[in-house]
Design a protein. Sequence first.
Length: 428
Amino acid sequence: MRYSHIALIALASLPLSASTSPLSAQSLAERVDAAPAGRVQFTYAARPGVCGNGRSYYMAGANSWYGSFNDTDRREACVAGPVRVVLDRADREIVSIATYAGPVPQPIAGVTDLGLVRASDAATYLLGLAERSQGRVSRDAIGPAMLADSVDATPRLLAIARNQNAARATRSSAISWLGRSFDERPRAVRDMVPVLVTIASNDDDNQSVREQALRTLARLEHGAGTAALLELARDAQRGWLAQQAITSLTTSGDPRARAHLRDVVRAAALQDMALAAAIRGLGGEHASGEDIKLLRDTYGKFDGDKSRENAVAAIATFGGAENVRWLLALARNPDQPTATRRRAIQHAYRGGTPIPEIIKIYDETTDTQVKEAVMAVLVESGEKAAVDKLMQIARSDDSAARRRRAISLLGRSSDERVREFLASIATR
């Protein structure tokens, strides 16, 4: 009896094993295709550094947030957990992909849950969608594939990046993810550089994709793309490419890139837009006092409007008494273009120049536009000395147009003295 009972148990288990075997042998793509109509979801292990609230946002690496969140969501913990992908389908054709990370919610009505799958299977399936699908599905499949634990998708991303028949949004997404490192596993960045350089250098390729390739070169870990960017930036025969390479270098913060920017600014030999990009980068958030001094000392060599504009803005943003004095001298210099002087007046005032010094510029210049720039600063200031000067201009300036302009500007003031002054003018 005992033997028969055991045998029956063993036999009873055989049909169950036979029925589950085909399911376990199915690929994830086959399981998705076989699911009932409507949405399908599956979960898989996330790589280190991925967390979320499970329903509206997730984070992949430091300060890389995706999705949407309100003030309530911001107060919730970012929980490390599995990635959850929800596929919306129309007649079993996938029309959109939603990605979540963190706690898995309770079963949702109308969603077929395939449960936990291997991270490698999820990445393979999603990258297949990126390679074969159309529209936003192709683009949106890349992100969740990159969140899969212990998966290096670099070779397939490079293949997508090179494919000029793929949608540019998909290629740009693939290229962008190549530049993101959010775990400690080493990647073969040396294989990325030549592909990205080829894409960026191809004049027949899409311009936005080429720009993304350059930006990604600047973001590669360990500065792996800096040398290539420097070479591209030095190619004066490729005007657009050199300019964009310089722009990308300005975002890297790499000391080698900053040394090149100093050389470019010191020589001041590039076309205006390329030189302006170098100036903007040199005077950006990584600027030192020596960098700003270089901009002041070299300013006289800048021929283009954009280069001068970026230099003035960088000097003003850095601030400090020495830079304010330089701006004030620039504003007073009648040999400078009027547009430059107007910008210098605004920056000098906002940098802390006392109103009496600004008023002196009005009295010294004969340039109507410079005078108008001073008047704009006076009304912005609202100080007593500024209001007094505007009333003087309105009363006795030798230009009727400037008198009218001063009256118009004073009309914005709530100062009781101004109201009385305007009333007295109106009765004349």
